[in-house]
Design a protein around this ligand. Structure first.
Ligand code: MN
Length: 362
């Protein structure tokens, strides 16, 4: 489908009753045994919406997703009203931190346009949050084309709009966040105690390994590896050594990092480091400065791995609405084979602490 057709499609599906149809669940994972867990309050952090100005940016994500799912996403994403709240209520999600469905202005070539649109998106979200302040929070959308302006907008979002942090969708026009020019941004994020959620998006290049395999380009494979490598660039560049209170958040059960934590330390000792040095082992920074969410991963083994590898204070529940099925994510965490104290931490307590939410949940 060409972009023009996609945009036409986007206007046609608005308002479609599509939420229930969005999630594609493998048959053998669809049915969980009921009764093991009880409903419990939850905070969710990777919950998306979309503004008309951002539909064209979202078209960049279109080739990664089944066209039917992308179409239905466009019908559901604009709603911040009763339908979204009803799905939250049905699944005991007390509070959702909302963010633009990517890549947003991360792919905008004109830095001034990117800044203007990011600010107007944040203003829009702030107004929506004001309508339901007990149910919605926000991650700021930031134009990283200009690191100082992005830092200023983050500060405005935290102080004036009462947001909980920011979400950045991968590269910004080919640039990663470990570049020196972003020091000013990390310094400010650390000062503000603002968690920065690094969300997957496509890089500007298309590595040869994905050639001829559209199914690997996106959520099955490339997004996790791209996002994991981006996070590791920050770790090995020493961003968290320089800014010890900076906090990164990764979705999708940590984008493979928890599984490889021991190996990062082990191979750091033998790899060609060039001129890079770190006073601490890589895992020290990953455990201290990175928290993860369960978004889009609803099975016990990786959750157990994440809790053990990252620490039980660093794992938070999320759905990835509307691209994942809220009910499946909610039942998963309610019934997961973890201790009750771990369950409460993952469901809401860690998010309350990391996002500094002063509210009654649970
Ligand atoms: Mn997402």
């Amino acid at each position: 489908m060409k972009r023009r057709d996609f945009l036409k499609c986007a206007t046609l599906v608005a308002g479609a009753n599509a939420a229930a149809a969005l999630a594609i669940v493998p048959q053998n994972q669809a049915a969980a045994e009921p009764g093991k867990g009880k409903p419990l309050g939850k905070i969710a952090l990777e919950e998306h919406f979309l503004l008309p100005d951002f539909v064209e940016y979202f078209a960049e994500t279109y080739p990664n997703i089944n066209p039917e799912i992308a179409k239905m996403g466009l019908g559901v994403l604009p709603d911040l009203g009763d339908r979204r709240i009803a799905i939250m209520d049905q699944n005991r999600i007390d509070y959702s931190v909302l963010s633009i469905a990517g890549p947003g202005v991360q792919v905008e070539k004109d830095a001034a346009v990117a800044l203007r649109r990011s600010k107007s998106a944040n203003d829009f979200l702030a107004k929506e949050i004001q309508k339901r302040p007990t149910r919605y929070g926000g991650f700021a959308h930031l134009a990283m084309q200009n690191p100082v302006a992005a830092a200023d907008e983050l500060e405005r979002a935290m102080h004036d709009l009462n947001f909980q942090g920011a979400m950045i969708n991968g590269q910004t026009n080919g640039e990663y966040l470990d570049q020196d020019k972003y020091s000013v941004f990390w310094e400010r994020a650390a000062e503000l105690d603002a968690p920065i959620y690094l969300h997957p998006a496509n890089p500007v290049d298309h590595p040869a390994v994905y050639a001829g395999h559209t199914e690997l380009w996106g959520p099955v494979c490339s997004w996790a590896f791209e996002t994991a490598a981006h996070a590791l660039r920050l770790v090995f560049a020493g961003v968290f050594e320089r800014y010890p209170t900076a906090r990164l958040v990764l979705g999708h059960m940590g984008e493979t990092l928890p599984l490889n934590l021991w190996r990062f330390d082990s191979r750091w000792m033998v790899c060609n480091r060039g001129s890079r040095t770190l006073p601490q082992m890589p895992s020290f920074y990953i455990k201290r400065n990175i928290a993860i969410t369960t978004s889009g991963v609803c099975t016990d083994a990786p959750l157990r791995c994440a809790l053990d590898a990252m620490g039980e204070d660093n794992v938070m529940f999320s759905v990835d609405y509307p691209f994942e099925k809220t009910e499946l994510a909610a039942r998963f965490i309610e019934q997961a084979n973890i201790s009750e104290s771990e369950r409460i931490k993952v469901a809401y307590q860690n998010a309350k602490h990391i996002l500094r939410l002063n509210r009654s949940i649970g």
